[in-house]
Design a protein around this ligand. Structure first.
Ligand code: DWN
Ligand code: SAH
Ligand code: ZN
Length: 407
């Protein structure tokens, strides 16, 4: 029996993927034998509606001095975070000498746009290698996990924050109660906490089951986030859907009664009810679609291999660890995965041990099919791979459904 990390309710299992490796643990052959696996299982809490991993991997095992994901490597994400920073500046950072804390600043993809305007800032980034990249950009960053102890230290050194921001990080933190307490401690009375994460409504709608992996402890909705923060005298006061990462939601949290509630919050909460995000049955159907998706992808790939086609994976995403392991796709069906991240190149994918190669290897000898693991960057990738398409190459996708993308 697993209990909800938010309310102690008994979780109802949505899907069990079995033993899975750490999604960002790209490895060398000498590390194959000692590879770490854990039981990847998602549960739904019928009391507070929080969807979450039933068991999670210790954060120190995921975020360390060799964290593989670099936020700045996509043009699209750079544009997104520039716009995010500009929006925060214009709306919330107009007072005298404001102070911003970013949780999970990674290589500084967003913070750089605040620092360039000399805004007082602090990035909190526990992965040492990426924190170092942020510092190399001249940003002020601390290499720690965000928690109450750190909040206390920040408060002592810099004073309270006007704004706390975070992208794709709050859903990574197992102890949300500690996050809420730390935010409460650190924020000015009228301060705001703005964060975004992949949105449960989109994950379910698109059957984007590959968003389920070790780092993503929570699959958030407005209802579950609001009920969590209400326990600490705060509430979701505004929401704004984002198109990045396959569909995210940006939540603005404030202390209750300090900010007027946007009508969008209740409107979107009603929408969540209409699509059944508060009902276990919705997730039973989600599981059935996931199983169907696996069958279809396996069949498509089996068929292509029987016809002697070459398949290469495009983008060694964290998400691809779930797809390749769940669908048993190894080097016998996928020659290699191309990826622009230097630290991933030359290594092997977690669990299935598919070689990771630079993009140049893809261009040098185009395959028949590219399996689009980075489907969330589809426009950017299709835009730059026109030559592959012109020469008759095709992209295979599995989100929102298994299909071959037409030109
Ligand atoms: O939440 C998280 C998000 C923000 O980033 C983290 N838990 C980990 C990570 O998830 P991901 O690895 O699924 O993120 P992406 O952005 O889908 O990863 C894209 C991968 O594809 C990167 O390794 C870079 C690579 N890539 C490429 O090779 N060519 C990306 C583009 C756009 C390209 O053209
Ligand atoms: N914000 C970036 C990075 C997302 S990847 C973006 O949206 O692209 C998640 C990041 O959160 C990693 O860099 C990881 O090291 C960091 N992280 C994980 N747990 C954290 C915690 N408890 N406190 C602060 N950062 C954390
Ligand atoms: Zn609960």
């Amino acid at each position: 029996m697993s209990l909800c990390r938010v309310c102690d309710g008994e979780l109802k299992t949505v899907i069990s993927f079995g033993q899975m490796p750490v999604a960002n643990a790209f490895l060398t052959p000498s590390e194959f034998a000692s590879e770490y696996f854990f039981d990847l299982k998602v549960g739904f809490c019928p009391i507070c509606c929080m969807v979450q991993l039933q068991k999670c991997v210790a954060p120190e095992k995921l975020f360390h001095n060799k964290y593989a994901y670099l936020s700045s490597l996509s043009l699209r994400m750079n544009q997104h975070f520039r716009a995010f920073a500009e929006d925060m500046k214009a709306r919330y950072l107009t007072s005298h000498n404001p102070f911003v804390v970013e949780i999970g600043c990674n290589d500084g993809v967003m913070l750089q746009h605040l620092a360039s305007d000399r805004i007082r800032h602090l990035g909190v980034e526990p992965s040492r290698n990426v924190a170092a990249l942020a510092k190399d950009k001249g940003l002020n960053a601390v290499c720690r996990f965000f928690d109450e102890t750190l909040a206390k230290d920040i408060l002592k050194k810099y004073g309270s924050a006007d704004l706390i921001v975070g992208a794709n990080v709050i859903c990574h933190i197992p102890d949300l109660h500690a996050v809420a307490r730390a935010v409460d401690m650190l924020l000015k009375p009228s301060g705001l906490f703005v964060f975004e994460d992949p949105y449960l409504g989109e994950i379910v709608k698109k059957t984007a089951y590959d968003q389920i992996y070790d780092e993503h402890v929570y699959y958030l909705s407005i209802a579950s986030v609001d009920s969590m923060f209400r326990r600490y005298g705060m509430a979701v006061v505004d929401v704004e859907p984002q198109s990045v990462h396959g569909g995210s939601m940006r939540y603005t949290i404030a202390r209750r009664q300090t900010v007027e509630l946007s009508p969008k919050v209740d409107e979107k909460k009603r929408l969540e009810e209409s699509i059944g995000l508060h009902k276990y049955e919705t997730f039973v159907r989600f599981r059935m679609r996931i199983e169907k998706s696996r069958e279809q992808l396996q069949e498509l790939i089996r068929d292509a291999k029987l016809r002697g086609k070459r398949i290469v994976g495009y983008g060694a995403t964290s998400k691809s660890a779930t797809v390749t392991n769940y669908c048993s796709l190894g080097p016998d069906s996928i020659d290699f995965v191309c990826d622009t991240t230097p630290a991933k190149q030359g290594k092997y994918s977690p669990g299935m041990h598919i070689p990771i190669k630079p993009n140049e290897d893809f261009v040098k000898d185009y395959p028949d099919f590219a399996l689009l693991f980075a489907w969330n960057h589809k426009e950017e990738i299709l835009g730059k791979e026109q030559e592959f398409l012109k020469r008759g190459g095709q992209f295979i996708t599995y989100v929102p459904s298994v299909s071959i993308l037409s030109r």
